[in-house]
Design a protein around this ligand. Sequence first.
Ligand SMILES: [Ca+2]
Ligand SMILES: [Ca+2]
Length: 192
Amino acid sequence: MFLLVAMLMLASPADVVISEIMYNPDGTSMGPDELMEWVELHYGGEETLNLRGMSISDGTNRLVLEDYLIQPGDYVVVAASAGAFIDLYGSTVPMVEWTGEWTKLRNSGDTVSLYGPEGSLVETVTFLDSWGSGGDSGSPADGDGSTLERIDLEGGTEESNWASSEDWDYRIVSSGNPLCWGTPGERNSRRR
Ligand SMILES: [Ca+2]
Ligand SMILES: [Ca+2]
């Protein structure tokens, strides 16, 4: 019984989810894909977790997360370029460092897989550039500055659980851009 309780209290990489994806940044207002792509993770566990050794892959490239203690309920950003990200979003967004090769995310759609430190698959998101379009012809997440946001963080990775991010007012004011570049490090605008 003690062992069972102890196991339940362990922080688990399985409680980390991919919560937001910037796969096709707006080249005009943000910058090129190779600098401005990013992925946000959310941790739904109940004990502090070190993300070290967890990895993200698109099936070709793999990046491995460095030491980062994430608290229950928190978000953290994995950015293609930390410097470019901070230039655009500021330095207050929580970010985790990584080694390896950035998982260049195809703008036509791609697969993003999250792995535990032992290499076990946590989850896979296979998105298309039509996701988040809400039935319209084009999705704001496909190059217009929005991200793909996971609506229900405890829900699945299927299309119906993702939407394009909505505007953030202060960014509209400060940047003059009609879109917001997502909600990195924060609760998703489309979260349910
Ligand atoms: Ca891309
Ligand atoms: Ca977010």
